[in-house]
Write a protein that binds this ligand. Structure first.
Ligand code: IPD
Length: 271
């Protein structure tokens, strides 16, 4: 078995591939958006670009790291040829597909590397603006050479909180009910439409905190590491790891009050 590369080496691979993938997404959008299909519900869209970008990313990973496994949003798990390296890549080719469709500049390529199930490196690259956030486990989170430390806000009533909604109408009904109770207790709410970017915004303090139910691993693998490495607590309810039930990302001072409200409002419940 080959030795597992250091997080820095995995990050360098992820960054190189994410930049090329973002270029493809941008170019395909400039040319034309084609093949707009739906997935789980009529509002859950996938474009030809989502698929092409994922194929490009998986192809590049296969070249550079043929033995690793890949989990991608559009094509699911793609096994490595030999397996056994312990490295799994978690890929969202275009997070924020609805923004991509409408030309809103909030869509990103998200690539994370997990070793034995623990994310150790991640990049989130906003394909519309070129902004890029990176992190390695234990090595900090960065954008444009600046180390990220999250928001210094300590009161929930002063916190600008990001969130998002799933595509299933029943889930949205529950999420709206939770939001209706939380909204009067915070400064305001933002819904930008790309979970990976929301997590990076929380990491750099342009959002004070973020939460969402129903995220898939590719939505939060890279952005979650960026937030964690910026000093945020990234977790579910009652010490659970971040996952489909709930992802909360907040600086330590905001985490407990936000967590307790979300628990009281049953944010992890519903469909
Ligand atoms: C979605 C976005 C959105 C979030 C949804 C995700 P997609 O990912 O991240 O912000 O609210 O939960 O599914 O479909 O654009 O890759």
């Amino acid at each position: 078995m080959r030795p597992v590369p250091e997080p820095d080496e995995l990050l360098a691979i992820a960054v190189k591939i994410a930049r090329a993938a973002a270029e493809t997404a941008r170019r395909m959008r400039a040319e034309a958006i084609t093949e707009v299909d739906t997935k789980s519900t009529a509002t859950d869209v996938v474009t030809a670009a989502d698929r092409a970008v994922e194929r490009q990313v998986v192809g590049a990973l296969r070249e550079l790291r043929p033995q690793d496994t890949v989990l991608g949003e559009e094509y699911g798990p793609a096994g490595g040829r030999g397996g056994g390296t312990g490295v799994r890549w978690v890929v969202d080719p275009i997070d924020g597909t609805v923004n991509y469709l409408y030309g809103l500049p909030q869509y990103a390529v998200s690539i994370a590397a997990a070793v034995d199930g623990v994310v150790v490196a991640g990049v989130v690259h906003n394909a519309a603006t070129g902004e890029e956030w990176t992190a390695t486990r234990g090595g900090g989170a960065y954008r444009a050479g600046r180390r990220l430390v999250g928001s210094a806000t300590t009161r929930l009533s002063q916190a600008l909180v990001g969130t998002g909604f799933g595509y299933d109408p029943a889930r949205r009904r529950h999420q709206a009910a939770v939001l209706a109770r939380l909204l009067p207790e915070v400064r305001d709410i933002r819904r930008f439409g790309a979970a990976a970017l929301d997590l990076c915004m929380a990491a750099e303090g342009t959002l004070d905190a973020y939460y969402e139910k129903g995220l898939n691993p590719w939505d939060h693998a890279a952005g979650g590491l960026v937030a964690e490495e910026a000093g945020l607590v990234v977790a579910g309810l009652d010490g659970a790891p971040p996952g489909p039930e709930l992802v909360i990302a907040a600086p330590p001072a905001l985490f407990a009050p936000l967590h307790d409200r979300l628990a009281a409002y049953d944010a992890a419940g519903g469909p």
